[in-house]
Ligand binder design. Structure first.
Ligand code: GDP
Ligand code: MN
Ligand code: MN
Length: 248
């Protein structure tokens, strides 16, 4: 017996996104969405549509940005934008690693210089959870469908080379599938396993999107089996041993 296959569809045919664009309407024109679909959207296009971008020319770097940029060899104005987007800098060198107000910890605060005009930068949406809710409502308005939405970004990881897609905002599902209390094939009760499903889906979406000029900023997942769990994706400062090591 087989389960119904999960379908994964990259959304092609979208224009270069400009401030003010209605992403949900544009995506709904390219794909016939269905109730229950999970739509992954690259944070870069959400930010472009909402105007969460800056130009390097308007940024005056401060003392800290100049000092860090002197070590990393980056543009001090870019580093100032990273500092401005950060709540707490956890590491300055060999790259800036910081926590954002939303709880996400990322290299260069997720500020991008790719897929935007020269001397412009893309910031992460300041409220990615709100962004996911906003998009979900947008799909309801544009296509009359009840979907889940995951806002993704490409992120580096500890311990392993290579970036993967991560969920930075989600709506219409829980971040974590909680296996604690379930029994395995041998009757052992699982005590620890919490699966970060939104990151797994974001990881596959990122694979379909690609990083460069593929032009696929949205990916639709159909027939994902539902799951139950909770939304505590981020460790509290007390639980977070890596963060303690970095800041001690
Ligand atoms: P991030 O992972 O959210 O930082 O976004 P990326 O810059 O890696 O882009 C993810 C995908 O979206 C890639 O396939 C890009 O080519 C595509 N993309 C980025 N901006 C646009 C845009 O304005 N229009 C279209 N059609 N695709 C875009
Ligand atoms: Mn990015
Ligand atoms: Mn990417």
């Amino acid at each position: 017996m087989t389960e119904e296959s999960i379908q994964v569809m990259g959304v092609r045919g979208l224009p270069l996104i400009q401030e003010g664009d209605d992403l949900c309407a544009l995506i709904s024109e390219q794909v016939a969405l269905k109730d229950g679909d999970i739509i992954c959207i690259a944070s870069s296009v959400y930010s472009k549509a909402k105007g969460y971008t800056r130009t390097l020319g308007e940024i005056i770097p401060g003392e800290r940005a100049c000092r860090i940029a002197g070590r990393t060899g980056e543009d001090p104005r870019f580093i100032q934008a990273v500092i401005d987007a950060s709540q707490e800098i956890l590491l300055e060198y060999p790259f800036v690693l910081s926590e954002l107000p939303c709880g996400h910890v990322g290299v260069r605060a997720g500020v991008d210089q790719s897929n935007i005009e020269k001397d412009h930068i893309i910031l992460l949406p300041p409220n990615p959870m709100g962004a996911a809710t906003d998009l979900r409502e947008g799909f309801r308005d544009a296509a009359g469908v009840e979907t889940g939405v995951i806002v993704t970004d490409t992120c580096g990881r500890s311990f392993r080379r290579g970036q993967t897609g991560h969920a930075i905002g989600w709506s219409g599902m829980t971040a974590i599938r909680d296996f604690r209390g379930d029994t395995d094939l041998f009757g052992h009760v699982l005590k620890i396993t919490e699966e970060a499903v939104v990151d797994e889906i974001a990881g596959f979406a990122n694979f379909v999107m690609g990083e460069s000029d593929n032009g696929v900023p949205a990916v639709v997942f159909r027939n994902c089996p539902p799951w139950k769990g909770h939304d505590n994706l981020y460790f509290s400062p007390d639980e977070d041993i890596m963060r303690k090591l970095l800041t001690s």
